[in-house]
Design a protein around this ligand. Structure first.
Ligand SMILES: [Zn+2]
Length: 250
């Protein structure tokens, strides 16, 4: 996908395991999307409330929720929370079902979530819940949560904890949205410099510049498109591919 192929008429849904994950993987794309008038929904499966070096989970969870709301406001996005406990990946089924309802409500054209190659169990669970949600949301036999919906595109975002076999193949020029994205990252305590622990802002700012270099842009976000077998299995974006392969059109 390139910016020329960006169709912001359909909503963008970004699913992150912990508040701040969605923003680092697809926050600049979100800002770009909303600047073009598109609807963006950011789904935070958990707040990541256990990640602070000195604050209690209760205190930090409240802080992260407020930070996520502020970041969404800056990005021109809507934040939704699934209240899954941090470092507790056992809720995949519940989250997947709730996320399926959101997919049917929001009806995104593009969905971004974690790549499965992560050492972090919550990130793997977010990947699994999103795939489950897209499977459920497309089932026409399931009618109680709304009309079936199949997005056109499923992309996996770039995350420092999800690097195993990640192969970016889809780049978005986010130069115009870079400053807004930086402001959104700074809405989080862990997105400000200097931060104790991992230097998130340095890492993701440098990453955006590096990805921008390879496409001749100021800054870019990189994604890995879902493999065609998964797209076929989930019923995503198929019409063009099937018509193309049968020689009936493009
Ligand atoms: Zn995370």
């Amino acid at each position: 996908m390139t910016n020329d192929e960006l169709d912001t008429r359909d909503p963008l849904l970004i699913v992150g395991a912990h508040a701040f994950d969605a923003e680092v993987m697809g926050g600049a794309a979100a800002a770009q999307w909303s600047a073009h008038g598109g609807l963006v929904v950011i789904a935070h499966i958990s707040l990541g409330e256990r990640g602070h070096h000195s604050k209690s989970a209760q205190e930090y969870g409240q802080q992260k929720r407020e930070e996520a709301l502020r970041a969404a406001e800056i990005l021109g996005a809507e934040a939704r929370f699934f209240d899954q406990p941090d470092t507790d990946p056992d809720g995949v089924d519940r989250v997947g079902q709730e996320l399926a309802t959101v997919v049917r409500q929001v009806r995104p054209g593009t969905v971004v979530t974690h790549w499965r190659g992560s050492w972090h169990p919550d990130h793997v669970a977010a990947y699994q819940a999103t795939v489950q949600a897209l499977l459920l949301s497309g089932l026409k036999a399931t009618t109680e949560t709304g009309t079936a919906h199949e997005p056109r595109t499923l992309l996996f975002g770039e995350n420092w904890e999800d690097g195993e076999d990640f192969r970016p193949d889809t780049y978005m020029d986010v130069t115009d949205a870079y400053a807004t994205w930086q402001d959104a990252l700074a809405a989080y305590e862990i997105g400000r410099v200097p931060a104790p622990g991992f230097p998130y802002r340095d890492y993701y700012s440098a990453l955006a510049r590096m990805r921008g270099c390879v496409i001749g842009a100021g800054y870019a976000e990189a994604f890995q498109a879902a493999p065609v077998e998964m797209m076929a299995g989930l019923g995503l974006g198929l019409q063009g591919r099937w018509r193309g392969s049968s020689g009936e059109g493009s």
